[in-house]
Design a binder for this molecule. Structure first.
Ligand SMILES: C[S@@+](CC[C@H](N)C(=O)[O-])C[C@H]1O[C@@H](n2cnc3c(N)ncnc32)[C@H](O)[C@@H]1O
Length: 260
């Protein structure tokens, strides 16, 4: 499938999501700050930062933020928001599949289903591997995505929602063989303009997210089902997994040393 995400995150995305309840974002930020144990002066990386709704708030509370995203439109908004709040953030326009940071961050996070976009599964895994590589020893990574188990209870769905000056309609179908949720979204604005987008997301089970963390060398510290810190269960709206980079590389056992 074409790389739908390249032009999906534009002015239209902002029309739908820009008004995302500020209380929800405040709650997500407070939760992430607590679970990632972020303290004033520490460094954090927002992987797929969008228009910076989390990064700007965290910077306002004294965290040194870096945000990376491929969307020039959303980054433009992010920069404006940071300027308005009087905070300095390092914004990087780039593809997360190729990001390479020195291990300087105390924490990193990837939230609001910003993983699973790529057709090649190895590309999706790279998001976790490269986020983990950016952490200092002892640093923490939080990943938040849709809970596949919940979606599979209702694999075909339709919804509509009012947006600023129009309405958004969405038809979705979970494809069991590919493990992907394919959706068609139509935005119909009051002025009669219409925009159609096709979206495809690889959904994950907790076991699959855990496997990605383990491959990245992260020790899993928490698994939640929402930003209110509820315990994960198959009906949870979200999968939120938190992992920690070991402080020291795992000691080699006597036997494995002897073999060298
Ligand atoms: C659902 S939005 C979430 C944005 C932000 N985390 C939030 O919660 O508001 C997903 C973001 O991932 C970004 N993205 C998608 N593919 C990307 C890629 N290959 N490299 C960098 N960013 C990407 C999009 O531009 C978009 O901003």
């Amino acid at each position: 499938m074409a790389e739908w995400w390249r032009d999906f995150f534009d002015e239209n995305y902002l029309k739908v999501y820009r008004r995302r309840d500020t209380k929800t974002t405040d709650q997500e930020v407070a939760f992430a700050r607590r679970i990632l144990r972020l303290r004033k002066g520490q460094r954090a990386l927002d992987v797929c930062c969008g228009y910076g709704r989390h990064a700007v708030r965290l910077a306002c509370s004294g965290i040194q933020m870096t945000g990376i995203d491929q969307s020039a439109v959303l980054l433009h908004r992010a920069k404006r928001a940071a300027r308005r709040q009087g905070v300095t953030i390092e914004w990087i326009e780039g593809d997360v599949r190729a990001m390479e940071f020195e291990p300087v961050f105390d924490a990193a996070y990837n939230v609001f289903t910003s993983i699973g976009y790529f057709d090649a599964e190895e590309d999706n895994v790279q998001v976790v591997l490269r986020s983990a590589a950016a952490l200092k020893p002892g640093g923490r990574f939080l990943l938040d995505t849709i809970n596949r188990d919940r979606i599979t209870r209702n694999p075909q769905s339709q919804r509509w929602a009012p947006i600023g000056r129009g309405v958004e309609l969405e038809n979705s179908r979970y494809d069991w063989e590919r493990g992907r949720l394919d959706s068609k979204r139509v935005l119909i604005m009051d002025d009669g303009s219409r925009r159609e987008s096709v979206i495809s997301l690889r959904l994950y089970t907790v076991a699959e997210v855990r496997a990605m963390f383990e491959r990245a060398g992260l020790q899993i510290t928490n698994v939640f089902g929402s930003f209110t810190a509820t315990k994960f269960d198959p009906d949870s709206p979200r999968i939120i997994v938190v992992g920690r980079k070991p402080v020291r590389a795992q000691r080699k056992t006597k036997r494995s040393k002897a073999r060298r």
